[in-house]
Design a protein around this ligand. Sequence first.
Ligand code: ADP
Ligand code: MG
Length: 695
Amino acid sequence: MNTVPEMFGCMVFNETVMRQRLPKQTYRALKQTIDEGKELDISVANVVANAMKDWACEKGVTHFTHWFQPLNGITSEKHDSFINPNGEGGVIMEFSGKELIKGEPDASSFPSGGLRATCEARGYTAWDPTSYAFIKDNVLCIPTAFCSYTGEALDKKTPLLRSMSAVSQQACRILRLFGHDVPQVMSTVGAEQEYFLIDKEDYAKRMDLMLTGRTLFGCPPAKGQELDEHYFGTLRTRVSAYMKDLDHELWQLGVLAKTEHNEVAPAQHELAPIYTTTNGAVDSNLLTMELMKKVAERHGLVCLLHEKPFAGVNGSGKHNNWSLSTPTMNLLDPGKTPMENLQFLIFLAAVIKAVDEYQDLLRASVASAGNDHRLGANEAPPAIISIFVGDELSAIIDALADDVAYTCPERVSMDLGVAVLPKFTKDNTDRNRTSPFAFTGNKFEFRMPGSNMNIADANIVLNTAVAKELKEFADTLETAEDFSAAAMDLVKATLKAHKDIIFNGNGYSEEWEQEAERRGLFNLKSTVDALPVLLSEKNVALFELFGVLSPVEMHARYEVALESYAKVVNIEALTMLQMANQQLMPAIAAYSSDVAAAAGSKMAVCDSLSIKAETKLLRILSESADAMSDAIDELSEARAAAEAAGDALMVARAYHDTVIPAMEALRAAADTAESVCGEDYWPLPNYSKMLWYVD
Ligand code: ADP
Ligand code: MG
């Protein structure tokens, strides 16, 4: 296999393979399940399973797994082989329809947020036929949903599929009013993934990176990202080889990896795929994250997906580009004359209303200990949700909301003044990198998700909230006498009521924080502030409306997220204590002792020799060690107190309010020591070395 088109998707049981390998009738039945959500008959499943097994075995596969997304966001798999005794002491390879559509892993070790007691360990995985099976590491992976014995969703795929179906149904109702009778509307996503690559040898010397994914100590490098030379810069040879290798692996798995480039921070990079259905995009993104790590190993590198691996340089996010589409229309495409495009305006109004009414839920969908380091810091979107729409749409929205005339601006032609360069018309909106939710021409880009997250959460909220607004619109418009007039009135009223969520200025500025407060927008600064909104009446009602999540399932998610927050900070605190006690304090002691010995030797030679430098240095080292020692005591106490603080919210709050500040104090003292300690004595590779590694 040589060409990319030949190789693309060769490890995926996709449409082409199905058509080749399945009897016509089976293929048709399966297609109905995929396209229309019809229930799958077991006899059909048997035929599909057998064909899948034959296809996989021809590629050297021996095992299968139900691949699913538990609530802690990482994918899970349990491998079973195809072997079955043939009664003559040998085996045959078998895979039944029953095994394909349903698995029964022991669910007790996966977080359930109290959805079931450990004794009720049974959980089910159910095949999601809308996402193709694929081969990874010689294992046939079957994308599945995961639920408890009593049917509650224990995963992220189940509510995502429910939310996609909710938004599809409501969008179809609206489209019907505009004379488009379509069976389905897809929510689509393209997720741009940021990541860091560092040398494996450096990584192996840092317990913080190995256990927590981020550096817990480290003074700033002499050179950070201030020269902005890394963004789109030339790739290191090793990184370039890594990216080619990664693309190759992803293409084989049918992931539409498209764009790879360096990011703003040194050693930071980005991969953007071509968008696809939300369900497919989530699966692809999870696979991408897994492969990013695996492929890095082969190149002597380690891929860091943490939101903030290094203090003082940019963190990593995941831009979630989102839209709604039919096979022939992008519903968020304004066309040439948005003002006259009533259908576009209805969908635009629905998104604006959804984001305004559920800004708190969107914020909570991206809340995690890792992402707290990023949101609101100077390089990432603020923790306040607002929408950027650009000048043209903004003018349209103003005109509609205030019911005044609108004049369309002239499209400006860009002439670069050189005859051979192409002429093009200028986009009507510039980019605004500071906005958390930006309209980018024909889609919205939600920039708050962290690099390490499963974007299912954000998309569940987006789909469901937009579905709710579309439902309200459809309920009103379906009974209207004059549809167009009623639709226009609805657009105007909606935009007037929700204009305050629109902000085209600098989201990083302090003035915006004050202005947002005046507008009454949420500013949920940390995970602990954000998560409780999952339990508010309005938000529980939203998810109940379409059966996307029941109140019990919502509560479970709240519990899991809180627990996970506390656990992450606890691990970080313990790691810091261990590193400080066992690595850094001894290093400071050893260096101090050598400096003192050097001073002593000088004095022995001639007591008029100056030991001023040694004394100054010893004083800094000694003061830092004292400060560290105190900080170690404080952190130990704060951590123990947090563990015993009460219910899950109180525990998480204690970690946030007391443990994190104690960690910061310990780090500050250690970083001062590092800045003066001899490099050979300091046991951790420093920031300069890690970020500016040579090829
Ligand atoms: P940027 O200027 O941010 O690089 P691009 O046009 O390159 O924007 O797109 C960024 C991402 O948005 C890509 O993953 C792309 O596939 C995705 N995207 C484009 N159109 C849509 C759409 N209609 N729905 C969802 N994602 C889309
Ligand atoms: Mg982007």
